[in-house]
Design a protein around this ligand. Sequence first.
Ligand SMILES: [Zn+2]
Length: 310
Amino acid sequence: MTEPIRKEKYITVIGANFLDFVVWDLVKESFLTYCNTNASKKRFQTPISEHSRAAAAIVLSVLGIEAYRNRVYCLEKREVRSSVSNSLCDMITEKSNNFPASKLKDLLEEVFVVRDVIVHNHIYEVTVAYQGSNMIGHRQRRLQGRTDEKYEKHVNKTTKKTNLLKLNVQPTKISFEDIFKVLLVVDLTIKIMQQVFGGGYIPFHVSHKIGDHDAKNLSEILTYYFDHIPRESFVTFLEKLSKQLRNDFMSFLPPYPISDCFINNICPECSKLGFYKLDNTHYCSKCGLSMGFIRDGVFGIDFAGKDVGD
Ligand SMILES: [Zn+2]
């Protein structure tokens, strides 16, 4: 007997898949160059193998945010009439009282500024000063590249970085640090959207082998890299940024401590980032607190470092 015909509808967005499958190799290769580069040496650009991959990963990651915005608007049967940051924040505000929309909008606009300078190929003239074979300074001047209202609002023209996230807007200065910060904002935005609209609206899954571990979400991948960042100044920046973002968005994130949002992954004692590790160990390199495994949403706590989950 012939099987009856069954029809199902799917709402598809290719942009979100870049985050699942494509960006991680780019991030990994960019990170390898970042680790092997002497940070104290002056450079007029980030190594090509680092900035090209980081820039490509930024574009693809930001497409993910736009893809989810489009999906939400499609499912809500609404027509998009404004920018991604505006429309997304408007929609979240409609669904969630007291949401700090202007704060998320600023973060998203900074991320979209960087995407624009890459996509529109901003061109710079670089004047480099040498003493012998040593570079002692350089000046950068933008020759070509359209700017808009958000660029003018969020970019410091002297440092050529954005104001909050300190993202490089000179494309060849883009580094692993920039893609990390963009992914941190992607992680935060997806978690807020899942909390406000529900997981069915924002189906985000990661399946990525990193080191010896299988990462199941973006927060785990960010935690892995965070634990291996060789530059103390960047670690300090991320701790400060994450604290500020927790203050701004904590009540719009999944409940602590079962949250899988990177900025929420903190030591319960001293708030240092990166407490829950990919290998299921939970410890703080700052204050020494360790915990057992999560079981039914509850931790077994043991300050001596033994697993008391049983
Ligand atoms: Zn601690």
